[in-house]
Write a protein that binds this ligand. Structure first.
Ligand SMILES: Cc1cc2nc3c(=O)[nH]c(=O)nc-3n(C[C@H](O)[C@H](O)[C@H](O)COP(=O)(O)OP(=O)(O)OC[C@H]3O[C@@H](n4cnc5c(N)ncnc54)[C@H](O)[C@@H]3O)c2cc1C
Length: 492
């Protein structure tokens, strides 16, 4: 139900924009650009700087840190020095290198009116930014999410950072405890151990990458442990105590027993929570889900007809690729509906954990119900043998009719190879394309050919086609009149 909000007290504004976008992260930028391509008059409001989490505190700095850690590994192993200063410096350099892609001038040149300041709702169709009043026919909320902060006693007294604040630090102390064994926690733990730090990774659930493929999480835990990360799963942090420069982490293990460790610094990677969104939003009666994220329909419309939402603001999955796709759909639906409407969740999605090896999770990567799966070990691939990087696997999850409906790939460059699996599933899940795609040798992509070939072999044995082919071959052995017969040569 729409809640009426009085608008009479507002001064009248001359311009009524076709679209107002609040938030200049991945979702908002794509929405604004799409709207311009559709010929709309667009205004984009951003409280901080364009690029949002992905550019400033998410994908870009975290991947740069991992890359710097890989480069630094040999050096830190030699010197045993903590290299976080160099890693964090590389992360900031990467942000500066990518920032021109999200430069306000670029969007202004496209015709988007970019305004900086906190957007506050004054009416369902009106937003205030500083002293400006902006009215629009449609509004898109692309206001993102924020890191989850637990309420542990003692947290305020100890040094810690989350994924928002980590990047502005010059350097970190030697002993680090990363709390949270999801994708960000695993990436950070591997980066900092490779940068020469002593790293402990704590996860409350029973394995790493909780909620994803258990075997991938298990293998990743093994690999991180081999690199020197102290991986502790099934432990719940209870409180933190400061003792001089040290921090005591007090936790309970799965059997209820107490566990304690000392560390110098905590990095919290505990997942996301809804951002509050613009002031005045809740007074408009915009519905939220049980976790506080903005509730949208498959076309990204909220319960208020002129208000759309996209990206992290609508809840998981949290990814730049999802935010971008939603930004496109939200803008198209806001401007073209009711004549044309686009569902955002069409097609298969993939998610990637950028550890070494990478973990790609494609479609229904966790087998459910009567799914069957087929596994290929990375050790069967020549390129992996050549490079001695054989820890990994491909699992193809199959539906009842034997079609590929999901996949898990743990392998160098899995993020790049995931696109082929996405295409295969979107094309109906048959293995033919994977099998017949020409691949250079030796490449990691060969694991896909092997998976498809295993699937093909399973179907071939005993099939009608196999029987026909075998009969034709047998027929060729008979000396039929009119057909040339090959005779073995007489011995010399
Ligand atoms: C450490 C880390 C690593 C990650 N790595 C990856 C990865 O490798 N690949 C991947 O796909 N995803 C990754 N992600 C997730 C990805 O960064 C997010 O899913 C994505 O950036 C969300 O984009 P968004 O536009 O929805 O929100 P955001 O980028 O958060 O943008 C929201 C914007 O809205 C603005 N805003 C909020 N309220 C207002 C207001 N009232 N007025 C004006 N402006 C406002 C904010 O300032 C912000 O700029 C990572 C995240 C983290 C934390």
């Amino acid at each position: 139900m729409e809640v009426p909000v009085p608008t009479r007290s507002l001064p009248r504004t001359r311009t009524v924009w076709d679209l107002l976008v609040v938030g200049g992260g991945a979702a908002g930028l794509v929405a604004a650009q799409t709207a311009r391509r559709l010929g709309a008059r667009v205004v984009l409001v951003e409280a901080r700087s364009l690029g949002g989490e992905c550019l400033h505190t998410g994908c870009v700095p975290s991947k740069a840190l991992l890359h710097a850690a890989e480069r630094e590994r040999a050096r830190t192993l030699r010197t045993n020095a903590s290299g976080s200063a160099r890693g964090l410096d590389a992360a900031r350099r990467a942000v500066r290198a990518v920032a021109p892609h999200d430069d306000p001038a670029r969007y202004r040149a496209l015709g988007v009116d970019v305004r900086f300041g906190e957007a506050r709702f004054a009416a369902p169709d009106t937003v205030k930014v500083g002293g400006d009043i902006l009215r629009a026919r449609r509004i898109i909320l692309a206001t993102g999410s924020r890191p989850h902060h637990p309420e542990w006693p003692g947290l305020a007294d100890v040094p810690w950072a989350d994924t928002d604040t980590l990047w502005s630090r010059e350097a970190l102390p030697h002993r680090l405890t990363v709390v949270g064994g999801g994708p960000s926690g695993c990436e950070l733990a591997q980066a900092f151990v490779r940068l020469g730090h002593e790293v402990r990774l704590l996860e409350a659930r029973e394995g790493l990458l909780p909620g994803e493929d258990a075997e991938a999480g298990h293998l990743l835990a093994e690999i991180l442990a081999e690199e020197g990360v102290a991986v502790e799963t099934g432990v719940r942090v209870e409180r933190l105590e400061r003792s001089g420069a040290e921090v005591r982490v007090v936790a309970t293990s799965a059997d209820g027993g107490p566990r304690t460790w000392t560390t110098d610094f905590l990095i919290l990677a505990l997942g996301r929570r809804p951002a509050p969104g613009p002031t005045g939003l809740d007074a408009l009666g915009v519905a939220r889900d049980a976790h506080g994220y903005l509730r949208v329909d498959p076309y990204l419309r909220t319960n208020r007809r002129a208000l759309y939402a996209c990206g992290d603001a609508t809840g998981p999955p949290f990814s730049t690729a999802v935010a971008g796709r939603q930004g496109w759909c939200a803008a198209a639906n806001a401007l073209l509906g009711p004549w044309l409407r686009f569902r955002w969740a069409k097609g298969t999605q993939s998610r990637v954990v950028y550890t070494d090896p990478e973990v790609a999770l494609v479609g229904g990567s966790t087998p459910v119900g009567s799914f069957r799966s087929l596994k290929i070990d990375l050790g069967e691939v020549d390129r992996a043998l050549v490079e001695e990087r054989t820890r990994g696997f491909l699992r193809l999850n199959l539906d009842r009719r034997g079609r590929i409906c999901g996949a898990v790939l743990v392998c160098p460059h899995a993020g790049e190879l995931a696109a082929e699996l996405v295409r295969t599933i979107d094309d109906g899940g048959g293995a033919k394309r994977l099998l017949t795609t020409f691949r250079a040798y030796p490449s990691y992509g060969e694991i896909l050919t092997r998976g498809a070939s295993r699937l093909f072999d399973e179907r071939w044995d005993g099939s009608l086609l196999a029987r026909v082919a075998q009969s034709l071959v047998a027929l060729g052995r008979l000396p039929l009149p009119g057909l040339p017969t090959l005779r073995p040569r007489d011995p010399p």
